[in-house]
Ligand binder design. Structure first.
Ligand code: CP3
Length: 356
């Protein structure tokens, strides 16, 4: 870790010794820490109730809602970390990009970005664009005490895919057309997003988040050579700026089996592994870094014993890494039974440490 500009001792005294931060730093842990990507959200009845009649992005701009939604899964499951409730496109909304998150669809952008002029029209993010984020993080870290808060942002490739396509996409054809065919527009766009995402992470860390996760959910769409040339340098900029604040950095994407080594080299302390890659293979590919993952999110629909058997295999496999944070291989699916996640959390936290 770089010398810490982010003084954890200024926060709750238990934070620095939390299982989550220890695992992220590759230090010995009392138990394998566990949290779930998308742990807050539609699988929780208390979330659905709170969100009634309130749009997704609006709920990300109201500190009291952000705080309550972030805390819901922590109260229910007792997970080892909270993740800030927001979205990867929130900073774009905050700087005035005309976009919305449509239920069941995802982010939709009114005027897709195609030219250098389109890129130039996107403002830079400054902390005062997202003062509600600062306020919510401050309240949250006070409430969370010894439980770490993970801040997050979208990585440039994944955010660019929404801006260029205008919405969710399977093939990312327009995004790749720009990447291969208009490299100067691509460079301008990814440079701009990298700056926005890095500032968004800095805001969260300066307000008290004690780790960050950079989501490059759709990076698995490119091959390693193109990743190294067109994607990695911009993610590296974001990770470097976050690293300068001294917090551990998690870097995650889906379908990234071939990219795990490069995603580590981009500047991650912890590399997220999806469920397609055996965790032991993932550990070998990230060369000495900690890992996070990687239970198939669909295993919660299997009988509890089947789910827990698979979880045990993952915990055992994780022991050959310098650090292992248990998680699903991607986000919690909306139809997940919260009671299954409660059982899974209890199982992971109660699993006997190595040597017992
Ligand atoms: O993990 C958490 O609990 C924190 C909250 C969080 C949300 N979005 C809230 C959300 C996080 C970390 C994200 C990140 C995000 N947003 C990613 C990267 C993570 C991943 O899943 O790979 C991506 C690709 C997005 C873009 C996005 N926003 C999508 C694809 C969707 C789902 C569309 C749908 O309705 O199925 C959203 C909307 C969204 N973001 C929801 C939540 C809880 C659901 C909308 C709702 O509850 O109304």
């Amino acid at each position: 870790m770089p010398t810490s500009a982010h003084d954890l001792s200024a926060g709750h005294p238990g934070l620095a010794s939390s299982a989550f931060l220890k695992a992220a730093r590759g230090e010995p842990v009392p138990h394998t820490p566990v949290w779930f990507m998308r742990q807050a959200g539609r699988s929780l009845p208390e979330y659905l109730k709170l969100r009634e009649g309130i749009g997704m992005l609006e709920s990300c701009m109201r500190p009291e809602l952000i705080t309550e939604i972030t805390l819901q899964p922590v109260r229910r499951y007792g997970v080892d970390a909270a993740i800030f409730f927001s979205d990867i496109v929130l900073p774009l909304k905050a700087i005035g990009v005309d976009l919305d998150i449509k239920p069941g669809i995802g982010p939709v952008v009114a005027a897709p970005v195609r030219t250098l002029a389109d890129v130039a029209a996107i403002d830079d993010l400054t902390p005062d664009h997202v003062d509600y984020v600062t306020e919510a993080v401050r309240t949250l870290v006070a409430e969370l005490g010894a439980t770490p808060l993970i801040g997050f942002a979208g990585a440039p490739f994944t955010v660019a895919s929404y801006l260029v396509e205008g919405g969710p996409s399977k093939e990312h054809a327009k995004t790749k057309a720009m990447m291969y065919g208009a490299p100067e527009v691509w460079d301008a766009l990814l440079t701009k997003i990298a700056s926005i995402s890095a500032t968004y992470l800095e805001v969260q860390v300066r307000a008290g988040a004690s780790a960050i996760q950079l989501f490059d959910s759709w990076a698995g769409a490119v091959n390693p050579a193109d990743y190294a040339r067109f994607v990695m340098p911009y993610s590296a900029t974001v990770l470097e700026r976050a690293g300068a604040l001294g917090v551990p950095r998690i870097h995650f994407g889906v379908g990234t089996g071939e990219l795990l080594g490069l995603m580590g080299q981009a500047g991650a302390d912890v590399v997220g592994v999806d469920w397609r890659v055996p965790l032991t293979d993932g550990i070998a590919r990230v060369q000495g870094r900690a890992v996070q993952g990687n239970l198939d999110p669909c295993l919660v629909f299997a009988p509890t014993e089947v789910m827990l058997d698979r979880a045990a295999e993952i915990i055992e496999a994780g022991r050959s890494a310098p650090g292992h944070i248990f998680n699903l291989g991607h986000g919690v699916l909306p139809s997940t039974d919260p009671d299954q996640l409660a059982r899974l959390t209890e199982f992971v936290q109660g699993y006997p440490p190595a040597g017992l």
